[in-house]
Design a protein around this ligand. Structure first.
Ligand code: ZN
Length: 282
């Protein structure tokens, strides 16, 4: 099952090209607010099985018509240096304790298609990431119980303005990664039952058609269950909160010479089993 937002309304897909407006198809049993889906995934799945099983006609939809599936997360946590090769290219030791954690601000959320404005600085960079969407309050949860607390997974880009991120007396991760559009997600949230192995997802991105990142979440230093378990020892995550789980190697900052996004360039991002995003920078 895929959970999405179309014109700001909750939309549930049974496959990549058809589904239902959740509020109207359910006769008001579920609200139109997409944020309300993530704490009720089991209930929606049950409803969908009965609804689709009864032969209700679905609407066709293209991923380009969808907006951000999680438009207003309360909290966005991002994990840094969670792949050994990326830590090395960024010039850091690989962490042995929980990797560094920072916040992205929710005003940076955008959908899986569209344009993203380049801020001043000239050093805007890409970071493909698997993004966990929380489905139940998560506090002090053991790794083996984390997946039971997730609504699903989506594709994310942790877009980063490197000059702002790294200059000054202390790094500015939160601001440098929170310009408008710097947290694109989507095109939908895929529930965990759809994955053969949610700990082994191939992910990557390309700039103007040239693949720059190609990795797998199997190489995360702290797997999704382990990193969320560690986070949950401190903070409490709520349904609809997001965790960006870290990027593999191949970011522009790590190339020799470094490469950054320029106006007109196209960034395509994918995770096998979820789908693709496509953004143009201006
Ligand atoms: Zn990142």
């Amino acid at each position: 099952m895929r959970l999405a937002s179309r014109n700001g309304r909750a939309f549930v897909l049974r496959d990549e090209s058809s589904g239902w407006d959740l509020e109207s198809a359910s006769g008001g049993r579920f609200p139109a607010d997409p944020m309300a889906m993530y704490g009720r995934v089991a209930e929606i799945r049950q409803w969908l099985a009965a609804h689709a099983g009864a032969g209700a006609a679905a609407e066709t939809v293209r991923p380009q018509e969808l907006d951000a599936p999680v438009p207003k997360p309360g909290t966005i946590v991002a994990i840094g240096l969670n792949y050994a090769e990326h830590a090395a290219e960024a010039g850091f030791e690989a962490p042995t304790e929980l990797p560094p954690v920072f916040a992205k601000f929710p005003s940076s959320i955008t959908g899986a298609y569209g344009e993203i404005a380049l801020p001043p600085g000239g050093t805007t960079d890409w970071e493909v990431e698997a993004v966990a969407v929380v489905g139940a309050p998560l506090h002090d949860v053991a790794p083996e119980d984390v997946f039971d607390h997730l609504a699903g997974l989506t594709i994310g880009q942790d877009i980063s303005e490197r000059t702002r991120q790294l200059s000054g007396p202390a790094p500015q991760f939160g601001l440098a990664k929170s310009y408008p559009g710097f947290s694109p997600i989507g095109p939908w949230v895929v529930t965990l039952d759809e994955f053969d192995d949610p700990d082994d997802l191939r992910l990557g991105c390309s700039v103007d058609g040239e693949t720059v990142q190609d990795g797998t979440t199997a190489k995360l230093l702290f797997s999704i269950p382990r990193s969320l378990s560690e986070l949950s020892k401190v903070i409490t995550l709520q349904p609809g909160d997001l965790v960006f789980t870290g990027t593999p190697d191949g970011v522009g900052m790590g190339l020799n010479p470094p490469r950054y996004l320029a106006s007109g360039q196209v960034l395509e991002t994918w995770i096998d089993g979820i789908g693709r995003m496509r953004h143009v920078f201006r």
